[in-house]
Design a protein around this ligand. Structure first.
Ligand code: NAD
Ligand code: DAU
Length: 352
């Protein structure tokens, strides 16, 4: 077995689905707290797959995590569980400290005790894979080179500070205890099952619902977009071939200004589902108050994972964003399930 945490969320859910598509792969214990961002509907297709064991619980629950490790004896842990939305971290940082820092600490401690109890062969094969973000490196100017694995950590938001802290814990557990870890720091993901608080799914759904498309500030902030299936394939490579104690940057060499991403989505929707009045969806774009402390540019230098592990993304932004828009058009039931009362409350709070 492998233990996946946060596997009912966006990236964890895609990872679990992709992993279990391969009949030879071992089973997954999926530990998820089912916060507003966790959604069992994402995992609907696995209802009859006995290799998927879903456990509703918190990575911060020591007794539960210890019991799961002892009962299922996983050969690896992949830690996706986190509070992940920068804007929410600005409104309420406490949950980010609880899950991202204290929760990761708890998971590391339980896993270390479990690892110490293993027989020699299982001990040598075990690994703890921590999923992190490019945001820990801070913000780049237009001319700075892309982030490499040796960039200093300069997090600017409560979210990225909490992820940076968790990365430091993971690193320290390797150096101090010899605990077998690998880390991956990825750029912005997009694709199916993405919760519509994040830019790309928010814009697709607002466009289709005749709502405004909110662009923070001048819309010239740059993000480096990677299709979620490519992130998942990179994680599989690192899990299998990554060197213990190392970190690998994952990205798609695809920097785009926010305003350009939004205009691309509008153009795709204009073709796939034209507005009744024949106008372009870009009529709905509106510039709103900027995010406090908004990082200007992220860019990932993915040469290390390409050179050392031979990983490459399969999708271009053009192919990935088309697939993504089509997925949201084809999956109204999943969408209805996530745009509940609490989602509407969030939109009201954030966009007034
Ligand atoms: P998400 O918010 O969609 O999903 C997070 C999942 O974790 C949810 O299912 C939630 O219920 C679960 N969770 C939250 N707190 C938990 C807890 N205490 N115990 C157990 N489960 C808990 O997030 P995502 O976008 O899928 O991100 C997954 C990971 O990847 C995070 O660690 C994030 O920092 C990192 N990451 C995300 C991106 C991105 O673009 N989305 C890019 C790079 C790295
Ligand atoms: O870089 C990796 C990170 O990418 C992950 O670690 C985070 O978990 C993930 O949420 C994402 O963070 P961002 O803040 O970059 O993603 P978000 O989709 O929230 O915003 C993308 C850009 O779009 C950012 O510059 C803010 C802007 N934006 C966002 C929203 C929600 C808008 O202009 N308008 C919006 O309404």
């Amino acid at each position: 077995m492998i233990l996946v945490t946060g596997g009912a969320g966006f990236i964890g859910g895609n990872f679990v689905l992709d992993w279990l598509k391969v009949p030879e792969n071992e089973g997954i214990i999926n530990l998820d707290k089912l916060t507003y961002a966790g959604n069992l509907a994402t995992l609907d297709s696995l209802k009859k797959d006995q290799r998927h064991i879903f456990i509703h619980g918190d990575i911060g629950n020591q007794a539960l995590v210890t019991k799961l490790l002892n009962d299922y004896q996983p050969r690896a842990i992949i830690n996706f569980a986190a509070e992940s939305h920068v804007d929410r971290s600005i409104h309420g940082p406490a949950e980010f400290v609880n899950t991202n820092i204290v929760g990761t600490f708890n998971l590391l401690e339980c896993a270390r005790k479990y690892w110490n109890s293993l027989q020699e062969k299982a001990k040598v094969n075990f690994r703890f894979h921590h999923i992190s973000t490019d945001e820990v490196y801070g913000s780049l100017s237009a001319t700075d080179p892309a982030f490499t694995e040796t960039n200093p950590y300069e997090p600017n938001s409560p979210y990225s500070a909490s992820k940076a802290a968790s990365d430091h814990l993971v690193r320290a557990w390797f150096h101090t205890y010899g605990f077998p870890v690998v880390r991956t720091n990825c750029s912005n993901n997009y694709g199916p099952y993405h919760f519509p608080e994040k830019l790309i799914p928010l814009v697709i759904l607002n466009a289709l619902n005749d709502k405004l498309l909110p662009i923070y500030g001048d819309g010239q902030q740059i993000r480096d977009w990677l299709y979620v299936g490519d992130h998942c394939s990179a994680i599989r490579e690192v899990l299998t071939k990554g060197k213990l104690g190392e970190t690998y940057n994952i990205g798609g060499w695809n920097e785009q200004a926010n305003i350009d991403v939004v205009k691309t989505i509008c153009r795709i929707l204009d073709k796939l589902k034209p507005r009744a009045d024949g106008q372009s969806y870009d009529q709905q774009i509106t510039f709103v108050k900027d995010r406090p402390g908004h990082d200007r540019r992220y860019a990932i230098d993915a040469s290390k994972v390409e050179r050392e592990l031979g990983w490459r993304p399969a999708e271009t932004f053009d192919s990935g964003i088309r697939k993504t828009v089509q997925w949201y058009l084809d999956n109204p039931v999943w969408i209805e399930g996530v745009v509940s009362g609490s989602y509407r409350d969030w939109l009201q709070k954030q966009y007034n």
